[in-house]
Design a protein around this ligand. Structure first.
Ligand SMILES: *[C@@H]1O[C@H](CO)[C@@H](O)[C@H](O)[C@H]1NC(C)=O
Length: 370
């Protein structure tokens, strides 16, 4: 090619770039984020003897609640709910608000559960009657806060819940933008059901996802998926409102956080970070201008798929911490049969592993895990 042809290609490219930026109606404001090199993990195969439950009968059981022989869950891919008895689906309840994405589930009281639906907001679910109703609809303004993407919940008492709102700028259909902008605009709210009182507990979080009240009820853990860390916030006692980092530079992207039955904390890992596997997304964390160009030219769906492909290395991972943030052990499946884990529910005898994408629940006898 001649110099002239190169010149033409560059000129056309530049005109296209400027035109694309002009066409884009969104105000993208990507921010710099510098990732540390992921820590080295010693491999183990603690999850390899998992029993695969309900293969292909269920889709994306992201959050699970286990009570004796009953498993309650909701689907992250269509928003429907399932009651599973003796490992068989006994009841399916369709999401009355159409398409949904259930990412958090907890029992509220004797009759009802609360669910965090990333599309529809906070729901109250009665698995016996099949009744589902809105507690806080997405997009609705309460006390000047507009709830956007509710992701996980915990229960303070039967009248008070706390929940994560992952990304205040975008709704679920623009999840890819949330990842690419990398703005700490996630929040945790406290909500009193009887009075409809909504209170902001903490903001400036990077994609807050899993949420867990610690056993002493004085502080909460918040998984900041897109910063590979866990933040602790005191909600009672002398340190009330203090925030600190509970665990930093995790070997992956944390999903739901739940207590074990032996006084520790399980953190399910949605994706794995490895020191040797270079992640393009982590590399361009340094270069917001490049991300801005991607956002202006690539469809949101492409950005979202890119994020998931980047972080879903086929390697199952669960982290177990003590209440001081010391990593006690990791549970892994290097074969990747059990992977992309979003939840660990411990009933004392077994661990039940949910996933935001897989079509099964995995069950592991705790006695296999030293
Ligand atoms: C459980 O909580 C829901 C939501 O506040 C309420 O409607 C229901 O009456 C409660 N059930 C019981 C048994 O307290």
């Amino acid at each position: 090619m001649t110099q002239l042809t190169y010149g033409k290609i560059i000129t056309i490219g530049l005109i296209g770039l400027v035109f694309g930026m002009y066409l884009s109606s969104y105000n993208f404001e990507p921010q710099i984020f510098i990732w540390d090199v992921a820590p080295e993990l010693t491999s183990n195969d603690a999850l390899k003897d998992a029993k695969i439950l309900l293969k292909s009968k269920i889709s994306a059981p992201e959050s699970v609640v286990v009570e004796k022989n009953v498993i309650y869950t909701g689907s992250a891919s269509d928003g429907n709910f399932f009651k599973i008895v003796d490992e068989q689906i006994e009841k399916t309840i369709n999401n009355p608000f159409g398409s949904g994405a259930i990412f958090g589930l907890r029992r509220l009281n004797k009759t009802d559960f609360v669910a965090a639906d990333m599309i529809n907001g906070i729901l109250v679910v009665n698995f016996e009657t099949g009744n589902i109703r809105h507690l806080i609809p997405s997009g609705k303004e309460i006390h000047n806060f507009k709830i956007s993407m509710t992701n996980d919940i915990d229960i303070i008492d039967e009248d008070t819940i706390i929940f994560t709102d992952t990304c205040s700028k975008w709704d679920f259909s623009k999840l890819g933008y949330c990842f690419f902008e990398h703005i700490p605009n996630g929040r945790v709210f406290k909500y009193q059901i009887s009075t409809n009182k909504l209170e902001l507990l903490i903001d400036e979080l990077y994609f807050p996802n899993g949420l867990q009240i610690l056993p002493d009820r004085k502080s909460i853990l918040i998984g900041e998926l897109w910063a590979a860390r866990i933040t602790q916030l005191y909600i009672e006692g002398p340190k009330k409102n203090e925030r600190k980092i509970f665990a930093d530079n995790l070997p992956g992207f944390s999903d739901n956080i739940r207590l074990s039955t032996h006084g520790t904390i399980y953190v399910a890992m949605a994706g794995v970070r490895q020191p040797t596997a270079t992640s393009y997304l982590e590399t361009i964390g340094n270069f917001p201008a490049i991300r801005k160009v991607f956002m202006q030219f690539l469809p949101e769906i492409f950005l979202k798929i890119w994020v998931f492909l980047q972080y879903s290395i086929q390697h199952g991972l669960v982290l177990e911490y003590d209440t001081n943030g010391i990593l006690i052990r990791t549970l892994q499946d290097p074969t990747g049969v059990v992977n992309r884990i979003s939840h660990v529910a411990d009933d004392g005898e077994f661990l039940y592993l949910g996933s935001y994408i897989n079509d099964f629940i995995a069950k592991i006898p705790k006695k296999n895990i030293a």
